[in-house]
Write a protein that binds this ligand. Sequence first.
Ligand code: NAD
Length: 338
Amino acid sequence: MKILVTGAAGFIGCHVTRYLLSRGDQVVGLDNVNDYYDVNLKLDRLKLIDSHEQASNFQFVKMDLADKEGMAKLFAEEQFDKVVHLAAQAGVRYSIENPHAYIDSNIVGFMNILEGCRHQQVKHLVYASSSSVYGANEEMPFSVHHNVDHPLSLYAATKKSNELMAHTYSSLYGLPTTGLRFFTVYGPWGRPDMALFLFTKNILAGKPIDVFNYGKHRRDFTYVDDIVEGVVRTLDKTATANPDWTGMSPDPGTSKAPWRVYNIGNNQPVELLTYISTLEEKLGKKAEMNLLPLQPGDVPDTYANVEDLVNDVDYKPSTTVAEGIDRFVQWYRDYYQA
Ligand code: NAD
């Protein structure tokens, strides 16, 4: 199986790539290695992939998703069986001040992925959506069957748009697509702009941490290995339409190919203050906290209903927050010699 993984130098993309290599897939990894956060961390993730025992099955392409000609050429030259699309401009807060980056990577870039997949008749496109599409939805747990279309940030709006664009490509052009709404992913090689990384860095340096919404909001923190397992199970499953699937899907009578959207979370939301106290325990050090109000664009709580993914691909998140934070801290101490 030849698989394109976009965002391969990114946090989740690096883990997905290594998993696919381990089971013998051929992987082409694409990334523009941008400087949204520490480029060295991205380069080290690529080195980690290169050190994999199956690395001879890996090829890296440095390219921007928004490069229409480059992307078309890549798809024309390589016959990908399937695509895992993870490259995107991530981050809710950054989108408040930098809206254009989201349109370039997440809308224009996504369009180039859809076009490449359509022309090369890729068997399945699995792409990252986000829990942020739920906005201030108050119906808990969040279900894909709730009608949500009030994103609170441009980041969320681009992810919701991806789901709609994918719908058109599935129904009109017959491209099988699955969107996975990730819920706060954490783990080794994690992103420096995300809470767990920032908290760890500051606590170890004896600096205060900014705790928004006074630490009262709950997040369905999901360990990266559980996400990878769900992504790959989904990727494997769907080449053909399966009427028994329960995930949100269009009227089978009107769509040429399956289009689906699932939540992928831990299904066990944890209050931020509890998350921080688990981290303090693992670090053996107390945090000094700046308690601050909820930030613009941030959603108050997240909680994934994952029944559809459990039913359809036997998704089983198995890592507790205590285990996951422990593994993150071990990685962080080792990587940064901290
Ligand atoms: P990440 O930023 O670590 O990885 C994304 C990668 O994509 C980066 O390496 C970046 O260089 C690359 N990239 C960005 N724009 C690009 C472009 N225009 N062309 C080529 N490469 C580009 O983020 P991540 O945490 O690994 O997230 C992966 C996906 O999951 C993203 O789509 C993100 O929006 C989504 N997601 C992540 C989380 C989370 O908690 N980490 C939650 C919800 C959704």
